[in-house]
Design a protein around this ligand. Structure first.
Ligand SMILES: Cc1ncc(COP(=O)(O)O)c(C=O)c1O
Length: 350
């Protein structure tokens, strides 16, 4: 099911299962917009959320479940922390409690990770990112595996297992079965009432983007890996976060879930903190300064001088976005050009 944005896909995927009085477990390292949607807006709608560290112990995860828990939510590759989510482990825990696992697979894309094969029941994407890949549209998508047995947990999901008087008195799980119930309810009920449909022209552009997704992702990953290795060895770079680096905490897990590569997003710190990072940004010639990521064109952001510029260095560190942090979304340009651009901008802070 296509939606008008990734935010709409995230919202519909959870709201299709949980309403006022229900509870949802989410990984704490998810995209900031999703976190706010859950923690502020959906709380206002009466839905309770428990955020768990994706690397929490089994006991901590177990303790997060409540009798009214309706689903578990996580992000394959967290934006921007690039934490690799242990899909298989969370799927097992969710299923043991009779609820589905929803995975936001935006950064990995279906080319690099297939969450349903690891036990996820529902997958969402912001198609605004790699799926479109050309800055052309905003969009989202929900994919239902069709595997979750709603009737086996009928008491938990009355919206799917009892008649919907607003839609011909149909019981979605009976009428449409495992494969059709979730998406039919989301379309017939949520999209009917709330809109957020994907505009036809956007769907057309998205389709064009998807046709080259496999080729683009291969190049994003090759370029991302080379950039991460280059930065790791540069004297003006203090740290690099990229799950494709052997030194990365999530390297092994990334190899399990994304053996062909993760994505093109790399974050790193420059020597000299906020001032040096600002100087570095000024000298970039190819990388486009933008909050957007996952695009064919290399995009770069220094949160401390843009999206987070109102915060002090101390506040930035507490928020996990240090003053030296640069987020680079490596594009599909020639790797020689990208590296030369980074090299000359790094020389400016010698
Ligand atoms: C992982 C992830 N999920 C969802 C979204 C929201 O998508 P959209 O901007 O299409 O609403 C984003 C946007 O940055 C994202 O990075």
């Amino acid at each position: 099911m296509l939606t008008s944005s990734g935010q709409a896909a995230t919202f519909f995927s959870v709201f299709n299962l949980a309403g006022a009085g229900d509870h949802v477990i989410s990984s704490s390292t998810i995209y900031g917009g999703s976190y706010n949607l859950f923690n502020v807006t959906m709380r206002r709608m009466g839905i309770d959320f428990t955020f768990v560290d994706p690397d929490c112990s089994d006991e901590e995860l177990e303790a997060a479940f409540k009798p009214n828990t309706k689903c578990v939510f996580g992000e394959t590759l967290a934006n921007p922390a690039l934490i690799v989510f242990d899909i298989e482990r969370f799927a097992k825990a969710a299923h043991a409690h009779g609820v589905p696992l929803i995975i936001d697979n935006t950064f990995a894309t279906p080319i690099n990770c297939r969450p349903i094969e690891w036990g996820a029941d529902i997958v969402t994407h912001s198609t605004t990112k790699y799926l479109d890949g050309h800055d052309a549209t905003v969009g989202g998508c929900i994919v239902d595996s069709g595997k979750f047995d709603w009737m086996a947990h009928a008491d938990k999901f009355p919206g799917l297992t009892t008649p919907d008087e607003s839609y011909h008195g149909i019981t979605y799980a009976e009428k449409f079965g495992l494969e059709g119930a979730f998406i039919t309810k989301a379309t017939a009920q949520l999209m009917r009432d709330l809109g957020s449909i994907q505009a036809p022209m956007n769907a057309y552009f998205l389709n064009l983007g998807i046709e080259s997704l496999a080729v683009r992702m291969q190049r994003h990953c090759e370029n991302g890996q080379k950039v991460a290795e280059f930065l790791e060895n540069h004297k003006n770079v203090t740290w690099v976060n990229y799950p494709g680096l052997k030194s990365n905490k999530y390297y092994e897990r990334a190899q399990k879930y994304m053996p062909d590569g993760t994505c093109g997003v790399v974050s790193f710190g420059v020597k000299g903190g906020r001032k040096a990072a600002e100087e570095f940004m000024k000298h970039l010639k190819i990388a486009m300064i933008a909050t957007h990521v996952a695009d064919a064109h290399t995009c770069v952001l220094h949160p401390a001088s843009s999206t987070h510029r109102q915060m002090t260095d101390e506040e930035l560190i507490a928020a996990g976005v240090g003053p030296d942090l640069i987020r680079l979304s490596v594009g599909i340009e020639s790797i020689d050009d990208i590296l030369e651009d980074l090299a000359q901008a790094l020389r400016s802070i010698d």
